[in-house]
Design a protein around this ligand. Structure first.
Ligand SMILES: NC(=O)C1=CN([C@@H]2O[C@H](COP(=O)(O)OP(=O)(O)OC[C@H]3O[C@@H](n4cnc5c(N)ncnc54)[C@H](OP(=O)(O)O)[C@@H]3O)[C@@H](O)[C@H]2O)C=CC1
Ligand SMILES: O=C(O)C1=N[C@H](C(=O)O)C[C@H](O)C1
Length: 266
């Protein structure tokens, strides 16, 4: 029998939060019990303009939400500062977080991993829930073993707060597992305009584009003698992330440690 899962969503009015509310509404074994919003405290979700007709309470205080409702999983789709507070509250209340919010540091993830292990609580942090994006990252890791010169170009809508994207950072981390650290480009190269060569992780370059009209896109481009290889993924809407969110929610209630990256549970 499929396990019934009681869920709270933080950031329900956002691009991702709105899709996550719809996901919980159409998924039989998911029950949305409450949402955590930056405003609208004390109202009902269905009464907020533009929200689906789902009748659950709205809280601005996550601790109050956890005190007044029995929640198995928190889906956090906010910003790093809020996400950090929400993760802390979740672990304190024994609620398993599924975190799509990006912008966490390596130190954040290591600390959370230790806490999750200590408290024996499942946590999933996934910089990208789109299955195609996870495959792009895996293929890039494979290619790096043979073509170590690589640059990452990530392109997002212009409302995005963090740069580079969580996906670009995760891609670089996966590539690092198959590529010896090396400086790329000409040894004497200079920038006449600061930032022209992009951000640097271990000698790899990351370039961030922000434009209206874009959703979430990434190209990982490898170069070798006389050839290039480009691995590309496009999310053309936020529905693309929802199968991954569902997978993470179903996983997190069955496990008692932190997982960073959907590739570890696919
Ligand atoms: N892992 C993945 O696959 C994906 C991850 N993301 C990440 O998810 C996050 C959200 O993205 P997106 O939906 O596009 O962003 P939005 O800006 O559209 O949504 C963020 C929402 O969080 C709300 N929020 C801010 N502070 C709080 C708070 N203290 N309590 C509750 N809610 C709060 C905002 O409310 P207000 O507007 O009032 O501030 C807003 O409604 C980002 O970090 C993004 O990078 C995005 C897409 C895919
Ligand atoms: O903010 C977004 O939109 C996205 N954020 C995530 C990231 O930072 O990688 C995932 C996806 O790229 C969309």
């Amino acid at each position: 029998m499929t396990k019934h899962i009681r869920i709270a969503i933080a950031g329900p009015r956002g691009n991702m939060g709105t899709e996550a509310v719809k996901l919980t509404d159409r998924t039989e074994h998911f029950e949305l019990c409450a949402v955590i919003d930056s405003k609208n405290n004390g109202s009902r979700l269905k009464d907020i303009a533009g929200m689906p007709a789902v009748d659950v309470p709205v809280y601005t205080d996550i601790n109050q939400c956890f005190q007044e409702n029995t929640i198995d999983v928190l889906i956090d789709l906010t910003n790093p500062e809020t996400g950090r507070k929400h993760l802390e509250a979740s672990l304190a209340h024994g609620v398993s977080p599924v975190v799509g919010t990006t912008g966490f540091t390596e130190a954040d993830i290591e600390k959370l991993s230790r806490e999750a292990e200590q408290k024996q609580i499942g946590v999933v942090i996934a910089p990208n829930f789109a299955i195609g994006a996870v495959l792009m990252m895996k293929f890039a890791k494979m290619a790096a073993a043979y073509m170590p010169d690589v640059e990452i170009m990530e392109m997002h809508h212009d409302r995005k707060l963090d740069a580079p994207s969580g996906t670009a950072i995760k891609t670089a981390e996966l590539i690092k597992e198959n590529r010896a650290s090396r400086r790329q480009g000409h040894e004497n190269e200079t920038e006449s305009l600061a930032g022209a060569r992009g951000a640097d992780i271990d000698g790899m370059k990351i370039h961030s584009v922000r434009l209206p009209g874009l959703v979430a896109h990434q190209q990982v481009m490898f170069g070798g003698a006389g050839q290039t290889l480009t691995i590309k993924h496009d999310s053309i809407n936020r529905e693309s992330f929802m199968p991954g969110v569902q997978l993470a929610v179903e996983h997190v209630v069955e496990h008692k440690e932190l997982v960073y990256g959907l590739e570890n549970i696919m």
